[in-house]
Design a protein around this ligand. Sequence first.
Ligand code: ADP
Ligand code: MG
Length: 240
Amino acid sequence: MSYLELRDVSKVYGEGATEVRALHRIDLSVDAGSLVAVMGASGSGKSTLLTIAGSLEDPTSGEVYVGGRPLPSLSRNAKAQLRRQSIGYVFQDYNLLAGLSAVENVSLPLELDGVATRKAQSAALKALEDFGLKDRASQYPDMLSGGERQRVAIARAVVGKRQLLLADEPSGALDSTNAEAVMRLILAACHRGMAAVVVTHDAQLASWADRVVFLRDGRIVDQTLPVESPEAVLADLPNQ
Ligand code: ADP
Ligand code: MG
């Protein structure tokens, strides 16, 4: 069943001469346990799509359902609670708090949600351990490499009982080895049941997704299953 569903969603910024149609009549559903990659040129609406899916902004028209609940029906507080408890965000520039250690960064959303500090820290430590970052737990972001920072950011986005992972070019600033490591963690979160939407410019990484959605000028212009690997295509050819 779909954990995230956008129905006929449009988003217009500004009005009159400055009007920008950032999204136009988008339909998208993402099942629990599945990974959708979003590709498209700069300005095609990818970030707007994630912001609306994550209830950070309202669409101009159309409907958004998260966990089967229509977002407009939720109060401000209920939306904030949904964001804290169920939705994890990952950004290209990590967005870790510089004054907090890795484990404190990861435990913060749990503590903001009222989980006792010790319990939150032990859950955070477990998440870091799962990501191979146990020995980095007490380090501050400026002591970590880019790849490590992004893995900490993903740990923060999946810790607790999160069900929706929204990642906006999470590997955009990383080399290919670290980019793959980050994608692998996102995939692992999906295998544990999260629904995920990942914006990426990298066709190779997008091919790991269950589905790839292509945006152009705010519209979905194509939706595909991942491209078959060259080996699979060759295997289908008759003997030469
Ligand atoms: P992408 O992430 O694919 O680069 P965005 O979703 O950021 O694209 O932007 C889509 C379009 O909406 C762009 O034309 C952008 O300039 C415009 N836009 C995005 N956010 C705002 C905003 N807050 N106010 C006005 N225009 C915006
Ligand atoms: Mg963007």
